[in-house]
Design a protein around this ligand. Structure first.
Ligand code: BEZ
Ligand code: FE
Length: 294
């Protein structure tokens, strides 16, 4: 009889012994998940040969990560983000046909109950920042406009903070809104140019980034969730291609197709029409949704 058949745990038999013990698992998917994770973890230990102190350091890191979590802060999601795991899970779940808009991470700053606003509304409620007008169309993969698409948008302000991070400083629902397209699939709204910002970095994930010689910044972006009856929901961003962090997003969320056009306009007549004082930014971006399978 081989050692693993007797059930003895050795360096050589470790994977078979542990996964063999799960033979009676009632849930096949759980069994498969634990088999793969066990195999990869044991492989890592065999390659790294951590000392007991190093292993304890890892345990304490995960402990601090859990202790940092509360109703508002999810440090494990942040860990998944900076490891590229969030973007990988997103990628394997959102393989899109060519021409369809690509997805990216949701992030922690979405709020469910933002106000529905008339098309063209200004989502900047405190007049701080550089004026910006954003417009585009919601299309299907054949280029036809999608009516009644619901566009949920949110962004950081010109100092890199979301309203929920600055309660009492920014008005509630600042730089958030929900818009609904008409028959032409067109959308537009006014806002201010967002700025790059650090992901929450005052916890163990921020310390890890520091030790790895990495910065915590995300390049300036606007978040979108776009829903339409009969289409797959799109969770995505558009990015400022000229942002200093565009090639080093802390959470790997940037895709080439999500770079929007940000143009500086000096047009007194249009500025007056928009209620802007002088120069403004103009951003154009169309989104293409995929029909749902069902
Ligand atoms: C965000 O873009 O809001 C975000 C995404 C991942 C981690 C932190 C923030
Ligand atoms: Fe964000």
């Amino acid at each position: 009889m081989e050692a693993h058949e007797k059930g003895y745990f050795t360096e050589e038999t470790s994977v078979e012994v542990v996964t063999g013990r799960n033979a009676n698992a009632g849930d096949d998917r759980l069994k498969q998940v634990m088999e793969v994770i066990t195999r990869k973890l044991h492989e890592a230990v065999k390659e790294l040969e951590p000392t007991q102190d190093e292993w304890m350091e890892a345990i304490l890191f995960l402990t601090r990560t859990g202790q940092m979590c509360n109703e508002w802060r999810q440090e494990f999601i942040l860990l998944s983000d900076v490891l590229g795991v969030s973007m990988l899970v997103d990628a394997v779940n959102n393989r899109k046909p060519s021409g369809a808009s690509e997805s990216t991470v949701l992030g922690p700053f979405h709020v469910a109950d933002a106000p529905e606003l008339p098309m063209g509304a200004n989502i900047c409620l405190d007049s701080k920042g550089e004026d910006m007008v954003i417009e585009g169309r919601i299309l299907d993969t054949e280029g036809k406009p999608i009516a009644d698409a619901v566009i949920d948008v949110w962004q950081a302000n010109d100092e890199g903070f979301y309203d929920v991070q600055q309660k009492g400083i920014q008005p509630d629902f600042n730089l958030r809104g929900i818009f609904r397209t008409g028959p032409d699939g067109h959308y537009w709204f006014r806002a201010v140019k967002p700025k790059f910002y650090p992901i929450p970095d005052d916890g163990p994930v921020g310390q890890l980034l520091g030790k790895l010689g990495r910065h915590p910044y995300r390049p300036a972006h606007l978040h979108y969730i776009i829903k339409a009856e009969g289409y797959e929901t799109l969770v995505t961003h558009i990015f400022d291609p000229d942002d200093p962090y565009i090639h080093s997003d802390a959470v790997f969320g940037v895709k080439e197709s999500l770079l929007a056009k940000f143009d500086r306009r000096k047009d007194a007549k249009r500025a007056a029409d928009y209620g802007f004082t002088e120069e403004f930014w103009e951003v154009k971006h169309d989104f293409v949704l995929v029909r749902s399978q069902a």
